[in-house]
Design a protein around this ligand. Structure first.
Ligand SMILES: Nc1ncnc2c1ncn2[C@@H]1O[C@H](COP(=O)(O)OP(=O)(O)OP(=O)(O)O)[C@@H](O)[C@H]1O
Length: 295
């Protein structure tokens, strides 16, 4: 993979009053990759993304996009990025085509070039038969496709997506992942925030896990999983708590399992990003759900 850094942040901090939402975040996003920012609700993902994309200012720290200091030269930087926020900002009462045209105008793309680009992207996103429909009549998944076209009409070098599949059904999520991969194959670097472990594992070349405003680990999903051990043993301990231990291979996990009482509900399987999160933070990514412990 091309190792050129397209986005670099240095010690990004964002405080809201006394509360530190983003705490010295350093990320290096490489050109051509799909980079995942993974963490539970309230971890600081959206705030970090808003700062990198100039929608919010940091309390301290700096950001470079393609070598430009984001705080100093915001207009050229804005032309290099596309953004899709959690709340999609489309005009519901006009057609898909008019929404996309509006974004082409905002980016001052000449009309002929814009129309050709709109046709190309409509076809890529499977939107051809939706172009003259009102946005208000589209489902959530189709609205997100329209939002993607609006965000990439000016051919940004990097596309930022904040929780792109939140609230979508399984089929729509898989279709959107496929589209994101296709955009990436065509050369767009992707930065995606998510709290879905499967999304990060399926989609991302590299992942940074964020918790309470800090990055707790970073690497490819495979590197992160093997860093804690390739095999997870899940069991109910003597205090009736669900507990996890990680081992380098199946043999070691089996030896541990053999030491446990027969009724300890032992499950052994390959580790996943949820285990990585648990190991680094001591809590489940779905913090509001069942509390899991590790020993
Ligand atoms: N404008 C604000 N004023 C005060 N606190 C804020 C503000 N924006 C965000 N926060 C707080 O900062 C923390 C990080 O929020 P952020 O939205 O970045 O998290 P997140 O990881 O994106 O979570 P989610 O998936 O729920 O959006 C949260 O505790 C949030 O309540």
């Amino acid at each position: 993979m091309d190792e050129e850094i397209i986005v670099r942040t240095r010690d990004l901090v964002k405080k809201f009053g006394d509360f530190t939402a983003v705490d010295k975040i350093n990320v290096n996003i490489r050109r051509g990759e799909i980079f995942g920012f993974l963490g539970p609700n309230g971890a600081g993902k959206t705030t970090t993304m808003r700062i990198i994309t100039t929608l919010a200012s940091p309390t301290s720290g700096s950001i470079e996009i393609e070598g430009h200091d984001v705080t100093e030269i915001s207009d050229p930087v804005k032309e290099k990025i596309g953004i899709i926020q959690q709340h999609i900002a489309l005009d519901r009462d006009v057609s898909v085509r008019e929404n996309i045209r509006y974004h082409a105008i905002l980016h001052r793309i000449p009309k002929k070039e814009a129309e050709a680009r709109i046709e190309e992207l409509a076809s890529l996103m499977g939107l051809d038969s939706y172009m003259d429909k009102l946005v208000v009549n589209l489902s959530g998944g189709w609205k997100r496709r329209v939002a993607i076209v609006c965000a990439i009409i000016h051919k940004p070098a990097i596309l930022f997506l904040d929780e792109p599949t939140a609230g979508l059904d399984t089929q729509s999520r898989h279709m959107l992942w496929d589209l994101i991969r296709r955009l990436n194959d065509m050369g767009t670097t992707i930065f995606v925030t998510t709290h879905y472990m499967d999304e990060a594992e399926e989609l991302c070349d590299r992942v940074a896990i964020i918790n309470h405003g800090k990055i707790v680990c970073e690497g490819t999903p495979a590197e992160l999983c093997s860093s804690i051990g390739s095999w997870a043993v899940e069991y109910i301990d003597s205090d009736k708590r669900k507990t996890y231990r990680y081992f380098p291979d199946r043999k070691a996990s089996k030896e541990f399992q053999d030491l446990l009482p027969a009724n300890a509900c032992v499950v052994s399987r390959a580790t996943n990003l949820e285990d990585v999160f648990l190991e680094h933070t001591g809590r489940d990514v779905e913090a509001t759900q069942e509390v899991k412990y590790r020993i």
